[in-house]
Design a binder for this molecule. Structure first.
Ligand code: 0GY
Length: 288
């Protein structure tokens, strides 16, 4: 069973830089207003925007990117509602079908959406079709959008050539979901590093709680984040992943996840690049 999100995360020890961005989080429902998709592979509890905003205030986060969660399918209404309430400090990543119209994409853009997410994760249902991905990519390039890809590590070898074909920025979720116990020489992590040599690729150095095999406080996984931040300081992003869909063993304390940044981005410069400069370039370039 998926666990409920942490009811009262601790206040982080780490003070985040002004303008810090949570570049990966979700809203769920409330189901009474925004019903869940019948295709959802998990039963979420409501995690509405008000709770997300309160968490961000508590953690010292000023900006955020709300990523469409699979439990809402391609109905982006709850996510868009959060962006509108976020008054320019919240951007979004949508999920759309291949027949999405330009008018709908423009409506999403006006609300603050800046990209489309594709799931290739077995436990979230049917993987995105490559022809659909190509069709959607063609339509979103003129909007200046990027794509966010979420895959199981074992799929990277097969997906890498396909991803390289796509002519737009590509953000990889959760460090490619590698197994934190398998060491940096594991094939999937080496493939991820290889892909990152191409300047169109970005990676989210969060999801330590999903990659970890040693359990809380997830230091084994955070080490991979540190390696990525060190090697690609200008193309890394970080997020809480609140309300942590589908976490079944250790529900993380979001304050502790913030404190993991002491390992992932140990210098003030690397922390500012990760939390402020990089998300600003990708999501708020007009403010530069
Ligand atoms: C995540 C991870 C997961 C789920 C979703 O959209 C989703 O339902 O993203 C997962 O189950 O691993 O990125 O939040």
């Amino acid at each position: 069973m998926a666990l409920p999100f942490h009811p009262n995360p601790k206040k982080p020890e780490l003070v985040l830089p002004p303008g810090a961005c949570d570049a990966h989080c979700h809203v769920f429902g409330p189901a009474a207003v925004f019903p869940f998709a019948p295709t959802s592979t998990y039963q979420p509890e409501d995690a509405p925007k008000e709770k997300l905003f309160a968490l961000h205030r508590h953690l010292g986060i000023a900006r955020s990117v709300v990523v469409q969660a699979s439990c809402h399918g391609t109905d982006n209404a709850a996510m868009v509602d959060a962006l509108i309430a976020g008054k320019g400090n919240y951007r979004g990543i949508a999920m759309v079908t291949a027949d999405v119209t330009m008018a709908e994409l423009q409506r999403l853009h006006d609300a603050g959406v800046r990209g489309v997410r594709f799931n290739f994760v077995t436990h979230l249902g049917e993987a995105a079709g490559k022809d659909d991905v190509r069709a959607i990519v063609e339509r979103i390039i003129p909007l200046g959008w990027h794509i966010v890809v979420h895959f199981d590590a074992f799929r990277l070898e097969e997906l890498a050539p396909f991803l390289r074909e796509l002519q737009l920025p590509i953000v990889i979720d959760h460090m490619g979901r590698i197994d934190a116990s398998a060491g940096p020489d594991q094939v999937a992590f080496q493939l991820l590093l290889e892909l990152m040599e191409d300047e169109r690729f970005w990676v989210k150095v969060c999801g330590s709680e999903r990659l970890s095999r040693s359990g809380p406080p997830f230091h084994d996984a955070a080490e991979y984040g540190r390696l990525l931040v060190d090697k690609f300081p200008d193309r890394v992003l970080w997020g809480t992943d609140w309300p942590h869909p589908n976490v079944r063993v250790h529900m993380p304390d979001d304050g502790e996840l913030v404190d993991l940044l002491k390992i992932i981005a140990p210098t003030p410069d690397s922390l500012k690049a990760l939390l402020v400069d990089n998300p600003t370039r990708l999501y708020w370039p007009e403010t530069l």
